[in-house]
Design a protein around this ligand. Structure first.
Ligand code: ADP
Ligand code: MG
Length: 259
C-alpha cells in the first residue's frame, strides 16, 4: 500500500516548476519535502492533489492511477491536504470549519439531510462528536465558537490541519503547517502529526523549520529549482556538504570554528 508520485513534471508557460520529481509515501510514514522558496514544493502538492495539471508523470494509490480524477474525488481516495495559505470562510466558527473536513465522507445524501432522516441525524451526531474530539486534541476546544476572522495565524494553521485530518485520510499532505506557530503550538502540532502517522496515515510534510523536519520525518527529499537535489534520511541529508552550504547556510569556516 502506498501513494506514489512518479517523474512528475509541471510547467507554467516557460517555467518548469516541478521537473522529474518522484516521491513514495507508505501508510504510517512521515516524508518531508524541503527546499528554498520557489523550488516547487507546493506545486508538487498541487499536482498530487489534482489542483494543477501535470505535463508528465503519474500519481498512483496502491497501483491505481489518480490522473483522471478531479481534486474532490482524490479526497475520497484518501488524500487530504492543507494549504500554505489556509483557505477558510472568515465568518465560520472554528468548529464549523473543522466540520467541513468531514463532508467528503458523508454517507447520507442531500435529500436525507433536508428531511432529517434518522440516518442523517445519526451521522451528523457522529461527525460532531469526532469534531469535538479533534478540537480537543489540537488544543482548540476553547475556540470552538470563535469566528475564524478572530484567530491569529498560528491557530488558523492548526484549524486547517484539524480540518484536513477530519477527512480521515490515508495520506495527509501538510504545506508549511508550522509557519507562524509559537513554540507551544509547534509542539502541539508535532504531537498531532506523530499521532496521526501512528494511526497509520502517511504524512507528506513541507516545512522550513529543519529541526522540526528532522524530528518528524524519516525520509527527506530536497528540491532545488524544481529538481530533486538529493534524498535520504535526515542524517544523510543534513551531513551532505552541498545541502549544508546551500540550504542551512553552513560554511566550512563556520564548521571549523564550531569544532
Ligand atoms: P515552493 O512551494 O517551493 O516555494 P512553488 O511550488 O510555489 O514553490 O513554486 C515553484 C515555481 O513555480 C516558482 O517559480 C513559482 O513562481 C512558479 N509557480 C507556482 N505556481 C504558479 C502558477 N499558478 N502560475 C505560474 N507560476 C507558478
Ligand atoms: Mg510553497
Amino acid at each position: 500500500m502506498k501513494l506514489e508520485a512518479c517523474n512528475v513534471v509541471v510547467r507554467f508557460g516557460g517555467v518548469v516548476a516541478v521537473d522529474d520529481v518522484s516521491v513514495a509515501l507508505a501508510p504510517g510514514r512521515i516524508v518531508s519535502v524541503v527546499g528554498p522558496n520557489g523550488s516547487g514544493k507546493s506545486t508538487l502538492f498541487n499536482a498530487i492533489t489534482g489542483l494543477v495539471p501535470m505535463a508528465q508523470g503519474e500519481v498512483r494509490i496502491d497501483g491505481r492511477s489518480l490522473l483522471d480524477l478531479p481534486m474532490n474525488k482524490r479526497v475520497r481516495r484518501g488524500i487530504s491536504r492543507t494549504f500554505q495559505t489556509p483557505r477558510f470562510d472568515p465568518d465560520m466558527t472554528v468548529r464549523e470549519t473543522v466540520l467541513c473536513g468531514y463532508f467528503p465522507l458523508r454517507r447520507t445524501g442531500l435529500l436525507a439531510v433536508c428531511l432529517q432522516t434518522s440516518a442523517a441525524r445519526r451521522e451528523a451526531a457522529e461527525m460532531h462528536d469526532r469534531c469535538d474530539a479533534l478540537l480537543e486534541s489540537f488544543g482548540l476546544a476553547a475556540y470552538a465558537r470563535t469566528p475564524m476572522s478572530d484567530l491569529p495565524i498560528g491557530q488558523i494553521r492548526l484549524v486547517d490541519v484539524a480540518r484536513a485530518a477530519a477527512a480521515q485520510p490515508q495520506y495527509l499532505l501538510l504545506d508549511e503547517p508550522a509557519a507562524g506557530l509559537t513554540t507551544a503550538e509547534q509542539t502541539m502540532l508535532s504531537n498531532e502529526v506523530r499521532r496521526v502517522a501512528a494511526s497509520g496515515v502517511g504524512v507528506l510534510l513541507v516545512e522550513h523549520n529543519f529541526e522540526l523536519v528532522c524530528q518528524l520525518a524519516e525520509h527527506l527529499i530536497v528540491l532545488e529549482r524544481g529538481r530533486m537535489l538529493l534524498e535520504g534520511t535526515p542524517d544523510v541529508v543534513s551531513a551532505d556538504p552541498f545541502f549544508r552550504r546551500a540550504y542551512l547556510g553552513v560554511t566550512e569556516e563556520l564548521e571549523g570554528a564550531a569544532a
